[in-house]
Design a protein around this ligand. Structure first.
Ligand code: WT7
Length: 641
């Protein structure tokens, strides 16, 4: 790092950075907005609702008298109308979605194009018997038909259930069953680093595995290079849309609290849990944070590099930017193909104004070298964002200097699938930035850090990050503590954090049994059982191990049955079973075979110890172990890795 200009100028991780003045002058939200917002809770949230067009405007902001909290309880609206129709008057010829395919091909949908295709596909869904409240599963990579299908579902009030395209047939079947979904929209296949992935084969297998009957499957022709045989119950997407050419479907009016979509995420149980987001509260919060934090304006070209299969893609690639009438980019490819400057080339060519990505991507960019961004004209950029995990100060500064040229604020946005939208971040035209710390809870959000007993801890003390007031983007069945109308209503986030004297939150990481694999949250139990099911495996323990660059690698410690010592293709069979049950993206980075796992006398597995061993930490007292001799064996097995 010696030749890094950032270090030379003497910045440290504790240095606060003022937002650049040119940005401040044009920011959507200024100090007086923040002060006004902070002055009145919950009334302040009306401002978020006002970013939308309501068929019945809401009288009440929040209702806490029932068995759950309801936002904008008497308001009625349609999400697709808000993301498409209402923009036609002013910007029907402006790009809504700019798509860049894997092979460099591009497709642009203006708001008018989007209007037509959403209507046509909504009519097609109806022709297949889909009505309001029927769940439709969408299983596609980053192709425009995915956001079109989401909006078509929203138009007719059918909640969508987007399943990340990298999930296996079994994982898809499980999510369709849990959601009670009868219709699946998928594609024939897609290209991954030049190779065709046969998505439809996975969908076919999921149809067989699902307990719930999947009556129809719609198939988008993505590969375009071969005739796909479509049997009974299969429909070609293009034909369906052509059959409904010119159709217009009246947007179905939804109550604010009606479900807009469900998305599955990993928790501490082996089962994925469905998070159901609402039409009014979620969309208002998505639009508000896109406006206040990402500073999006209708004229912007905006790029969120997340996959639509995760919550970031739902909120900040589709719903937030489209609700504001922005041009949103959708990129099907990977960041280093055909060359390692792909991202910078796309930003330059499309004159991207705002770029939102993950620390894991930034760390890869750093590894590939600053020459790549430095060789491109990135002066169109105005604001940068990160999400998904803590960003270390070095990576923050690299992003600030080499991508933002010291002229773009960075918003380090903390949120979760459960929160629907951003809850913690600096407001980019108002707050100073502290590299490594996400920032204060947003205006209208109250959060604290508590100890085991639920008491708030002193500043700078670690504890459990807890949200102490409801927020509009909260899902329908949030596992909150306390009655809806209680002063001490709480949502405990499963993250460890500390808060400094200025109220800035530094997120330390998850405290539950989940790990992040390539930026995706997975349950350790899901992974452990996918490994333990393999013949020859006795037990498995999954831990996330910090790497020096600020990232982490998932380690699987595997104890084997007598006779299996990591030979006989066991490693390959473990990989294959993870691929089969979850998907290849979930394969652990390191697999270590050991005769036994470290356990206490009472039989409790010591994951913490495994983590310390793998990261080369001082181990301290191991006397609680029933099998202390195992530590040495694991250390030498790791050395062999
Ligand atoms: C978990 C949520 C929210 C969309 C992406 C992941 C971690 C998220 C940050 C951040 C530190 C972060 C937390 C959180 N996380 N953003 N800016 N700084 N950690 O969604 O899969 O629901 O995971 O991601 O641990 O709990 P998710």
């Amino acid at each position: 790092m010696d030749d890094d200009p950032v270090v030379e100028t003497g910045f440290t991780s504790r240095t606060a950075v003022e937002p650049p003045e040119p940005f401040v002058e044009q920011a959507n939200v200024d100090e007086s907005d923040v002060a006004a917002f902070d002055a009145s809770w919950p009334e302040c949230w009306r401002r978020a609702a006002d970013l939308l067009e309501w068929e019945t405007p809401t009288d009440e902001v929040i209702d806490r008298t029932g068995d759950r909290v309801s936002w904008f309880p008497d308001g009625r609206l349609n999400a697709a109308y808000n993301c498409v129709d209402r923009h036609l008057a002013e910007r029907k010829n402006q790009a809504a979605i700019k798509w860049v395919g894997k092979r460099g091909e591009t497709r642009t949908y203006t708001y008018l194009d989007l209007y037509h295709e959403v209507n046509e596909f909504a009519a097609a869904l109806r022709s297949l018997g889909i009505e309001a409240d029927d769940v439709v599963t969408l299983y596609m990579p980053a192709i425009p038909e995915l956001p079109v299908a989401m909006l078509a579902c929203a138009r007719i009030g059918a909640p969508h259930n987007v399943v990340f395209a990298g999930f296996s047939a079994q994982a898809l079947a499980e999510r369709m069953d849990r959601a009670g979904s009868e219709l699946l929209v998928t594609c024939d296949g897609y290209y991954r680093r030049g190779n065709a992935v046969h998505q439809k084969n996975k969908a076919d297998n999921a149809r067989i595995m699902a307990s719930q009957e999947v009556s129809d499957i719609v198939v988008v022709d993505r590969l375009g290079d071969e005739e796909v045989h479509l049997g009974d119950g299969y429909h070609d997407y293009d034909e369906l849309v052509a059959d409904h050419h010119g159709a217009e479907v009246e947007p179905v009016t939804r109550e604010a609290d009606d479900e807009l979509f469900v998305i599955y995420t990993s928790g501490t149980t082996g089962q994925p849990s469905g998070i159901r987001h609402t039409t009014g509260g979620y969309l208002a919060h998505a639009a508000w944070t896109s406006h206040a934090v990402l500073d999006l304006k209708p004229d912007d070209t905006y790029w969120c590099s997340a996959d639509i299969g995760w919550i970031t893609g739902h909120t900040y690639l589709v719903y937030g930017p489209l609700a504001l009438g922005t041009t949103t980019m959708l990129y099907e490819g990977v960041p280093d193909h055909p060359e390692k400057d792909r991202v910078w080339e796309l930003i330059e060519r499309n004159a991207v104004d705002v770029f939102y990505t993950a620390p894991t991507a930034i760390r890869a960019f750093i590894k590939w070298g600053a020459d790549h961004p430095d060789a491109h004209d990135l002066s169109s950029l105005r604001l940068l964002g990160t999400v998904g995990e803590p960003i270390n100060a070095d990576a923050w500064w690299w992003y600030y200097e080499h991508v933002g040229n010291g002229e773009c604020p960075i918003v380090d946005t903390w949120w979760q699938t459960e929160t629907g939208s951003i809850l913690v971040s600096t407001v980019p035209g108002v707050d100073e930035m502290k590299p490594g710390s996400a920032g204060p809870p947003l205006p209208g959000i109250d959060a604290t850090v508590v100890d085991e007993t639920g008491e708030s801890v002193a500043p700078e003390t670690g504890g459990y990050l807890t949200v102490t007031k409801p927020w509009p983007g909260m899902p329908l069945d949030l596992p909150a503590d306390g009655e809806p109308d209680d002063e001490d209503w709480r949502y405990v986030t499963e993250d460890a954090a500390r808060i400094d004297d200025d109220g800035y939150v530094t997120v330390l990481g998850r405290i539950d049994d989940t790990v992040t694999v390539q930026g995706h949250r997975l349950g350790t139990m899901e992974l452990e059982s996918a490994i333990a099911d393999v013949e020859g495996v006795a037990e498995a323990a999954i831990v996330d191990v910090q790497t020096p660059g600020g990232g982490s690698t998932v380690h699987a410690f595997v104890s084997t049955d007598e006779g299996h010592k990591g030979v006989d293709g066991l490693r390959e069979r473990i990989t294959a079973n993870v691929e089969r049950t979850i998907g290849s993206f979930a394969t652990p980075g390191v697999v270590v075979f050991t005769p036994e796992l470290p356990k206490t006398r009472s039989g409790k597995l010591l994951r913490r110890l495994l983590k310390d061993i793998a990261s080369g930490q001082e181990l301290g007292d191991t006397s609680a172990l029933r099998n202390p001799e195992i530590v040495g064996e694991i250390e030498s097995a790791l050395d062999g890795e």
